[in-house]
Design a protein around this ligand. Structure first.
Ligand code: PEP
Ligand code: MN
Length: 295
C-alpha cells in the first residue's frame, strides 16, 4: 500500500514505529508464534478470569479451534467500584496454568505501573486497555518490561495519538508493540463503540507494527462479533482479540458481547475462508482435559 503524503506528514514524526523506508515490518514473536508475519493470529478468552474451571475449559476449547493466544483479565478496569474487579495474582496463576495445559500464549491487561513487574512474570503479552492509552508513566514502564505490548486505541483517541503512545513505549526501549482497534466513541449508540474499519488499513500503511482488531468491545453484542471479525480479516488485520465464555449469560463481565463456544467455532470456520489461521494445537492438549477431568 502506498502512503498518502498527508499521512506522511501526520505520522512520520513517530520514527520508531512509523512505516520504514523499505516497507519492512515488525514481527512480534512469542515463542514460536509470530504476529504480523502475514498469518492471522486469534487471541480469545473471557473478559475476566473468574475461576480455574472457567479459564481452563475456555483455553482448551479456543486452542482446539485455532486460537494461539489466551486472553483474560486478572486486573479489570470497571466503571463501577461495585463490579467484579478481577482475581489479581490468583488470576495470573490460573492463566499460567492454562498456558501449561494448552500451549497458548497469555495476554492480560496491566492498568497500573505498580503491577507491571508481577504481570510480566506471568504474561507473554501485556495489554494496555483503552482507558490507559494515555497513561504515559505506564507506557514508559512497559518500555522496560521485557514483554511485547498490545496497545489498544483510546476510545476517544485519534490514530496519531495511538501512534504517539506506541512511540513512547518504543522510545522507552520496547519496539515489540501490537496496535489494536477496539472501537471509538461517536454519537452512534446502536453499538457499544463505533468500529473504525479504516483504522486498520491506515495503521498498516503508516506504521510498521502489527495491527489487530477487538470486535467484541466494538460491537457490545455478540451477534455482531463474527461479521466485524470477518471485516477485520478482509481489510488486512493481523489478528483478533475476541471474548469467549463457556456460559456468557453467567459471565462476571462483558457477557453480552462474549461468544459461547459453538459461535466461536463457527466464526473461526468462517474466517478460514479469508485468512490463514494456524492449525489447532492438538498435540499440546492436556491429558487431564482430554480425559474430561476439568469441566
Ligand atoms: C478488555 O479487553 O476486556 C477491555 C477492558 O478492553 P478495552 O480496554 O478495549 O475496553
Ligand atoms: Mn471486556
Amino acid at each position: 500500500m502506498t502512503t498518502n503524503s498527508q499521512w506522511n506528514g501526520q505520522f512520520s514524526c513517530f520514527d520508531l514505529v512509523a512505516r520504514t523506508a523499505d516497507g519492512s515490518r515488525t514481527i512480534v514473536r512469542v515463542g514460536d508464534l509470530a504476529i504480523g508475519d502475514g498469518s492471522f493470529v486469534v487471541m480469545a478468552g473471557p473478559c475476566a478470569v473468574e475461576s480455574e474451571q472457567q479459564i481452563l475449559k475456555t483455553a482448551e476449547f479456543v486452542a482446539a479451534a485455532g486460537a494461539r493466544v489466551l486472553r483474560g483479565g486478572a486486573y479489570k478496569p470497571r466503571s463501577s467500584p461495585y463490579s467484579f474487579q478481577g482475581l489479581g495474582v490468583e488470576g495470573l496463576k490460573l492463566l499460567a496454568k492454562a498456558r501449561k495445559e494448552t500451549g497458548l500464549a497469555i495476554v492480560t491487561e496491566v492498568m497500573s505501573e505498580s503491577d507491571v513487574e508481577v504481570i510480566a512474570e506471568y504474561a507473554d503479552i501485556m495489554q494496555v486497555g483503552t482507558r490507559s492509552m494515555e497513561n504515559y508513566s505506564l507506557l514508559e514502564a512497559l518500555g522496560r518490561c521485557g514483554r511485547p505490548v498490545l496497545l489498544k486505541r483510546g476510545m476517544t483517541a485519534r490514530l496519531d495519538e495511538l501512534m504517539q503512545s506506541a512511540q513512547i513505549i518504543a522510545a522507552s526501549g520496547n519496539p515489540e508493540i501490537i496496535l489494536c482497534e477496539r472501537g471509538i466513541r461517536t454519537f452512534e449508540t446502536a453499538t457499544r463503540n463505533t468500529f473504525d474499519i479504516a483504522a486498520v488499513p491506515v495503521l498498516k500503511a503508516v506504521s510498521r507494527l502489527p495491527v489487530i482488531v477487538d470486535p467484541s468491545h466494538a460491537a457490545g453484542v455478540r451477534s455482531l462479533v463474527p461479521v466485524l471479525a470477518r471485516a477485520a480479516a478482509v481489510v488486512g488485520a493481523d489478528g483478533l482479540l475476541v471474548e469467549v465464555h463457556p456460559e456468557p449469560e453467567k459471565a462476571l463481565s462483558d457477557g453480552m458481547q462474549s461468544l459461547p463456544f459453538d459461535e466461536f467455532e463457527d466464526m473461526m470456520c468462517d474466517l478460514r475462508r479469508y485468512v490463514v489461521i494456524s492449525p489447532a494445537l492438538h498435540d499440546m492438549r492436556s491429558p487431564l482435559l482430554m480425559a474430561g477431568g476439568v469441566n
